[in-house]
Design a protein. Structure first.
Length: 133
């Protein structure tokens, strides 16, 4: 399993750091496309790395597993979100974002910026109030 994981990570690093320029050659504005493709690939890379850490976390003690699972799930979601939203925007055009509005806000038209942080804070607040009862 470790050899397979090492191979997966090696391919991930090579694709992320060397494939974006050849892929950008298919676009008119190659410089902008290279930056956008690299941004998306870094999102995929980050999501995979969070998932690897999550998969390698021991199941005992349960408190550690839950804490690592929460952080890794959040991190993987955030990283995947950047890749998906950049791909949805397209690699050929520029992204117009307003202050305190992220890429996914511009793509979807929904106020997603800081949404996952607010969700996690809400979950912690609910857990804190339940512990006080």
């Amino acid at each position: 399993m470790i050899r397979g994981l090492a191979s997966l990570l090696l391919v991930l690093v090579v694709v992320t750091h060397y494939a974006y320029e050849p892929l950008a050659g298919f676009y008119a504005n190659q410089r902008h496309a290279a930056q956008a493709i690299f941004y998306a690939l870094r999102g995929v890379e980050g999501a995979v790395l969070y998932l690897v850490v999550w998969s390698l976390t021991p199941f005992r003690p349960l408190s550690v597993r839950l804490a690592v699972s929460t952080v890794c799930a959040w991190g993987a979601l955030e990283e995947a979100q950047t890749a998906v939203c950049m791909a949805a925007n397209g690699f050929g055009g520029k992204v117009a974002t307003a202050p305190y509005a992220g890429l996914c806000d511009a793509v979807t038209g929904l106020p997603i910026y800081m949404g996952t942080l607010l969700l996690v804070l809400l979950l912690f607040a609910l857990q804190y109030t339940n512990d006080k009862k």
